[in-house]
Design a binder for this molecule. Structure first.
Ligand code: ADP
Length: 198
């Protein structure tokens, strides 16, 4: 089992790359953003609660997010591993994930960060907003707020895994294939490490 956190600012390409990785490695993709959007669309209580935060570019409170993520992981039957996308976004979420993995007799193998500059992110998100129907991608103020929240609350999560010697960085600029190739190199390396241990 191999569990990976795909990390990086909004618009860094996590969702696009996760879709490629699950095909190649048979992993299960869990995106908290997608889970919230599903609830929004279906007008659930959780969706109603999340909407106010998402529309402002703020994080949904940790207790709500962690509960949703745990339920989604426990729902999964016998996966080869998970790719977490958009989670953990705070230190409290990182602690909760560590705890959850321990309870499953498993662990997070690595956090892999996609590096993309602020200017590139803003232009990508505005472009995505034209077609995705995501209101949080159509407003430059909301985008800017999400980047600020990323830098203040989420970026420290990189340090958390760095101290555990589990952090990797990949250049997030280039074609989708080029970036996928860089990620494959990291994950193949992780698989080798795991084979050596077993
Ligand atoms: P992006 O990475 O493009 O900003 P996501 O689809 O990952 O978008 O998330 C959209 C929104 O959902 C976030 O701005 C936030 O409001 C909420 N969200 C997603 N994941 C989390 C999380 N782990 N903790 C708190 N809020 C979250």
């Amino acid at each position: 089992m191999i569990n990976i956190i795909l990390f990086g600012p909004p618009g860094s390409g996590k969702g696009t790359q996760a879709a490629i990785l699950i095909e190649k490695y048979g992993l299960e993709h869990i995106s908290t953003g997608d889970l919230f959007r599903y609830n929004l669309k279906n007008d659930t209580e959780l969706g109603k609660e999340a909407r106010t935060f998402m529309d402002k570019g703020m994080l949904v409170p940790d207790d709500v997010t962690i509960k949703m993520l745990e339920a989604r992981v426990l729902e999964s039957k016998d996966p080869a591993g998970f790719i977490f996308d958009g989670f953990p976004r705070t230190i409290a979420q990182a602690d909760a994930l560590m705890d959850l993995m321990k309870r499953q007799s498993s662990e997070i193998n690595a956090l892999v960060k996609l590096e993309v500059s602020r200017d590139e992110i803003i232009s990508r998100l505005l472009e995505r907003g034209k077609t995705s129907g995501r209101t949080d991608d159509q407003n430059e103020q909301t985008i800017s707020k999400r980047i600020d929240v990323y830098l203040e609350e989420t970026a420290p999560v990189f340090g958390y895994y760095d101290r555990l010697e589990k952090s990797y960085s990949v250049d997030g600029l280039g074609t989708i294939e080029e970036i996928a190739h860089r990620l494959h190199a990291v994950i193949d390396h992780l698989c080798e490490l795991q084979n050596e241990e077993s």
